[in-house]
Design a protein around this ligand. Structure first.
Ligand code: ATP
Ligand code: MG
Length: 440
């Protein structure tokens, strides 16, 4: 992508409305724009990051055996009347009428709809287990939307729903998502700690919130500090192994960890003082097992091996991609801007032409840009007429992990500089070596 032809509206000044660093940096880097309270456009740079976050989420959901589909944002009120939540949900639900005066709503979550899909076609235990997910916009009319996309009214959610014949089988499905979440957040460069949580309006009996520690987090959390060093389930994790996944779950729930709603002061104080962690955190994921809470009122049942009909046991599993993007920034930035983990960086590398219009610099940059693009890299080429200082500041602000800097003096020697955004380390090397570093 040539920056001269891209759309990346950088702000020079710090936006006044932004209270936390991620919101400030997302606005300054031209990633998002607020359209009305708590409702955002994702501008091209932000959209790239969001897509990469979703790609990681999707890979790990698929690895764990979940199957992607797409359900609509608008739902009919009837479904929600069946489960009893149409009246129970309250003011967070945006209720709409169509031209026939039929009550509709903008989905805040999809338990009812997915249960409807399930009951229409699954009739036998032989078709279980089943886990269906989508990545879709949700709307919740939050009282206090704030911090940019961290808490917005319209937001994206990956929500998965599992269906099983028995409670035991449902617990295995729960453990699959538990392990998949640990892997997902790790790949996004985050340390998320599963904490016992309240089940809220989703309802149910087993629930964990995945929390990232951050001073700007809205939740107050308490845990054992050893969680910070726990091993993440490997890529070779066998998601069909009941014992294997139970062992992962047991390990990750063996120490105290709870949000303030579930906090047990006495249990926390039983941890030696030096090993206690009392902090603020951001909830990036939340998983629930809720048994037959929806399958019973909505009549979602299958025939079991005993020939009888059984209401299915369900769970639901949410991750907030549009909250994860700012959460990653909260965890990874410095005074100059964002520092993206490679897994979600909007571009792999930015080529900075320090003197656009200078023939040698232009030729060198074009050569590198073409070679890296051909090698399948996402390359941003700063070919604008801005001063070198402005280009450096922009590159640092948008947080691309590596910068290739081509200035007249180095280029005259057939060289460029490669800068690591995170460490700031710079290395001078031949043009060929710079290309090979990415292509190899
Ligand atoms: P919170 O406690 O932060 O209001 P919640 O418990 O209501 O969230 P869930 O129903 O558990 O949210 O939704 C699953 C995930 O969706 C959350 O873990 C979070 O990552 C994301 N999410 C929920 N509400 C919002 C929001 N208003 N803005 C952005 N992301 C959200
Ligand atoms: Mg929650």
């Amino acid at each position: 992508m040539r920056l001269s032809r891209y759309f990346m509206p950088i702000l020079k000044e710090n936006p006044k409305e932004a209270e936390i660093v991620s919101h400030r940096l997302m606005l300054r880097a031209g990633m998002i724009r607020q359209q009305s309270q708590g409702i955002y456009s994702w501008l091209p740079l932000g959209k790239r990051v969001l897509d990469k976050v979703n790609a990681v989420i999707r890979e790990e959901q698929n690895r764990a055996g979940a199957i992607e589909l797409s359900m609509p944002t608008l739902q009919s009120a009837e479904l929600w009347q069946e489960s009893g939540r149409y009246d129970a949900y309250g003011k967070e639900m945006l209720r709409i009428k169509d031209r026939q005066e039929r009550p509709m709503l903008y989905g805040p979550t999809n338990e009812e709809m997915v249960t409807d899909i399930f009951r229409a076609s699954v009739k036998s235990y032989k078709d279980l287990p089943l886990n269906l997910y989508h990545i879709q916009l949700k709307f919740r009319d939050e009282i206090r939307p704030r911090f940019g996309t961290m808490r917005s009214r319209e937001f994206m959610m990956k929500d998965a729903y599992s269906f099983d014949l028995t409670r035991e089988a449902a617990e295995h499905s729960y453990n699959k998502m538990f392990a998949a979440y640990l892997r997902t957040f790790d790949r996004l460069g985050l340390r998320a700690i599963p904490m016992r949580a309240d089940t809220g309006p989703i309802g149910g009996n087993l629930s964990h919130e995945f929390i990232i520690l951050a001073d700007t987090g809205e939740s107050e959390v308490f845990c054992h500090k050893d969680f910070v060093g726990f091993d993440i389930p490997s890529e070779r994790t066998d998601f069909d192994s009941v014992e294997g996944l139970q062992a992962i779950f047991d390990k990750w729930t063996s120490l105290y960890a709870a949000t303030s709603e579930m906090h047990d002061e006495a249990a926390f104080n039983a941890i030696p003082e030096g090993e206690r962690l009392s902090a603020r955190g951001i909830e990036v994921g939340h998983i629930f097992y809720f048994g037959t809470k929806y399958s019973e009122p909505m009549g979602a049942k299958v025939q079991g091996p005993d020939g009888k009909e059984h209401f299915v046991h369900m769970g639901s599993y949410g991750i907030g991609p549009t909250r994860l993007v700012p959460a990653i920034i909260e965890a990874s930035h410095d005074d100059n801007g964002i520092i993206w983990p490679a897994s979600v960086a909007p571009f792999d590398v930015v080529v900075i032409n320090m003197k656009s219009g200078d023939e040698a610099c232009d030729d060198t940059c074009e050569l590198i840009y073409a070679a890296l693009t051909k090698a399948g890299k996402d390359v941003l080429y700063d070919d604008t007429d801005d001063r070198a200082g402005t280009k450096f500041a922009t590159a640092d602000l948008i947080g691309v992990p590596l910068q290739i800097i081509a200035g007249p003096r180095a280029v005259a020697n057939g060289e460029v500089e490669v800068k690591d955004r995170k460490t700031g380390a710079r290395e001078t090397m031949t043009i060929e070596a710079a290309i090979n570093r990415f292509v190899a």
